[in-house]
Design a protein around this ligand. Structure first.
Ligand code: ATP
Length: 235
């Protein structure tokens, strides 16, 4: 389980995260919501070791990860799938997937991860030899998530996975998030698609100006006046 306490981060003196605390239990889906600039991406980058927090604790299954580099965090079982896909267009699907297992030295474990993701993403299995750059936007997003799973994480952080997807593909993405969890992996989900996220998550946190201003179960947050006014256009 992930336990973040009192996380702080500033960009050249501009405070982006100001005391965030949150938890993600084993096999929980937890949504991290908030307006543009609220500090969601900065929070998850700090957790994943892509940015070094100024202060705070990040404990994962007993290990203290605050300030540790991303390859170290990956070895402890946390993977971030960043916003914007960032697949390698000139490489095949399989080669892109291999890149996700760069920190895995055990060849047998690597092969098991490959079987796991190709089973979870039959569309990628069909296209395993194709150049990634020739796939549709939706398939590239699936590839980015599948690559994240190649390190056999216990927790996956997805930063805006539905961004840029055609509306018809968004439901499929949320179904996929559920099926990843159903295979025993916890998920921290950063999303603009608040309604769908709250429907599938166990719990959620709302960030504003770098602080958690609201938290609760998905159901509680869906019914909350502030959430309805700020994000759902209702209430
Ligand atoms: P979005 O949904 O727009 O990605 P977010 O909630 O993920 O928003 P962050 O990207 O974490 O928010 O940004 C938090 C604050 O930090 C914002 O005020 C933003 O302008 C600032 N910020 C983010 N990245 C940088 C950067 N590289 N340099 C300077 N300031 C930054």
């Amino acid at each position: 389980m992930l336990k973040v306490e009192d996380l702080h981060y500033a960009y050249d003196g501009a405070i982006a995260v100001a005391g965030v605390s949150l938890e993600v239990g084993d096999t929980e889906i937890v949504a991290l919501l908030g307006a543009n600039g609220a500090g969601k991406s900065t929070t998850v980058k700090c957790i994943a070791g892509a940015q070094r927090p100024a202060r705070g604790r990040i404990a994962f299954n007993g290990a203290e990860l605050a300030g540790r580099p991303s390859h170290h965090v990956v070895r402890h079982g946390i993977t971030l799938v960043p916003e914007g896909r960032m697949i390698f267009p000139q490489l095949s699907v399989v080669d892109n997937l291999e890149m996700g297992a760069y920190a895995v030295r055990d060849q047998k474990a690597k092969a098991q991860s490959m079987d796991f993701v190709l089973d979870l993403f039959p569309r990628l299995a069909e296209r395993r030899s194709q150049l990634a750059g020739l796939m549709s936007g939706g398939e590239q997003q699936m590839l980015a998530i599948a690559r994240g799973l190649m390190s056999a994480p216990k927790l996956v952080i997805l930063d805006e996975p539905s961004l840029g997807l055609m509306p018809t593909l968004v439901q499929g993405l949320f179904d996929l998030v559920r099926s990843i969890r159903d295979r025993g992996i916890g998920i921290l989900l950063v999303e603009q698609n608040v309604h769908q996220s709250l429907r599938i998550c166990d719990r959620g946190y709302v960030l504003e100006k770098g602080q958690v201003v609201l938290s609760g179960t998905g159901r509680e947050l869906l019914a909350d006046d502030f959430v309805q006014k700020a994000f759902l256009g209702t209430g």
